[in-house]
Ligand binder design. Structure first.
Ligand SMILES: [Zn+2]
Length: 434
């Protein structure tokens, strides 16, 4: 590396900042796994660990992009599957890419569509097991398969749109083309989602398919990058599957970590698939230990406070989840003492903020009584106000974790935060959170 390259600010890639000395360590190297860092993109830097709010269809539902920025979000994540079906990735491309289309000037992510194709498209929703979808290999205790809407073969997946039932095909090349048209700064390789219900044999087959698809994604990404020199560089993250199996997770991490096709490597990694809550930190730890340290790691789909601590400590850098906004629309409010539902009658005449001392826009301008009323009256502002608070709470929690890691107070901050949340005054409010 020459001198000028050293001094120039990075526009893409990951810079490791500090290692978490008082957190979990690897089982093979005894190295601290947790870290803080900076993920550089052409639309700005993301300080990590960071929570990335989800804007599924190019909008964080009910909230203007200005508010998303004000609440502290450093980036947003949209779904390739949804934007491919509606309005079409070609239209987003014509608009100048996802950020320009949705009026978000900061960094953007899109996922590959694999998760939606194999969950939504399959007609299973909760039970995401391709193996049990009418292939005749189902265990007896599994409910009879519903109509099979997703068909996996070695080349790709046929699936039906959840909107109108029309038939579509995703392959690694199609997913890459769609994600290049969408133009997000961080994009993901097309992978096969499996579940804990799949057998070990099926997991092995699926993992090999995902490995071969990863190679095809790298090649397609390289070609598309060359073909579209007018666009800023998009960083491609490979997705690590392998369910709950240590050998499979480690193998997938080594394979994708070292993978290089015509000079193209993965710029970072997503940790995907089935993760049982109690094994989350362990599984992320296996993966972090095997992956190159100079690439960012994104954990798909978590938002519980204890999950953040477990994942950060095990070396995950960024997170996304729809829950903070989804549950907000059902009046479930996040607080340091657990979650509560603001439609409870006790809040009818409560003129204090949703959470005392919360500095979000909602809490500094509105009362519990007003938000209670807005939900009861089914006014749209109820979703807006609750979403701003929940996203603020979640983004800030991870930002506070980051700060505690930097100033050496991680262990204290963790026990204080989790002790309060799970012994909270409100208890766990699970009703209406789905
Ligand atoms: Zn608030």
């Amino acid at each position: 590396m020459n001198e000028s390259a050293v001094n120039e600010p990075k526009t893409t890639g990951f810079t490791l900042e500090t290692r978490l000395e008082d957190g979990a360590r690897g089982t093979m190297t005894d190295r601290p796994l947790g870290r803080t860092g900076i993920l550089h993109t052409p639309h700005g830097d993301i300080e990590t660990p960071a929570f990335i709010p989800v804007g599924t269809k190019a909008t964080v539902k009910a909230v203007l992009p200005e508010s998303v920025k004000d609440l502290g979000a450093q980036a947003v994540l949209a779904n390739a599957y949804h934007l491919y079906l509606q309005p079409g990735s070609d239209i987003v491309d014509e608009a100048g890419g996802l950020g320009a289309f949705m009026n978000w000037s900061g960094p953007t992510y899109t996922d590959s569509g694999g998760f939606q194709v194999l969950s939504l498209g399959s007609g299973f929703k909760k039970v995401l097991s391709e193996e049990f979808s009418g292939s005749g290999r189902a265990d007896a205790e599994v409910a009879p398969a519903k109509e099979r809407l997703a068909d996996i073969d070695d080349d790709g997946v046929w699936f039906r749109s959840h909107l109108d039932g029309t038939k579509h095909r995703f392959t690694p090349e199609v997913s890459m083309r769609i994600q290049h048209e969408l133009g997000a700064d961080i994009i993901f390789a097309f992978d096969e989602l499996t579940t804990l219900l799949n057998s070990r044999g099926y997991q092995e087959d699926a993992l090999e398919r995902t490995r071969l698809w990863a190679e095809r994604c790298l090649e397609a990404h390289r070609q598309l990058t060359d073909d579209r020199p007018h666009r800023p560089y998009q960083q491609l993250f490979g997705v690590i599957q392998g369910a709950q199996y240590e050998d499979l997770r480690r193998k997938a991490s080594r394979d994708l970590g070292a993978m290089e096709i015509n000079g193209q490597r993965f710029d970072g990694f997503g940790i995907g698939g089935a993760l049982e809550k109690e094994n989350l930190g362990t599984i992320v730890g296996w993966v972090s230990e095997e992956l190159p340290e100079d690439r960012a790691r994104h954990l798909l789909g978590i938002s519980e406070p204890d999950d953040f601590f477990a994942a950060v400590e095990a070396g995950a850098d960024t997170f996304d989840c729809v829950n903070p906004s989804r549950v907000a629309r059902n009046a479930a409010i996040y607080s340091p003492d657990g979650r509560f539902n603001v439609t409870r009658s006790q809040f009818k005449r409560d003129f204090g903020p949703l959470v005392p001392n919360c500095e979000c826009y909602t809490c500094t301008h509105y009362s519990r009584a007003y938000i209670h009323h807005a939900f009861k009256a089914k006014e749209m502002i109820s979703s807006t106000l609750a979403t701003i608070h929940n996203e603020y709470f979640t983004v800030k929690l991870v930002a506070d974790i980051r700060q505690a890691m930097r100033d050496g107070s991680y262990s204290e901050f963790k026990s204080e935060t989790l002790g309060r949340f799970y012994a909270g005054n409100w208890g766990r409010v699970d009703g209406g959170l789905g």
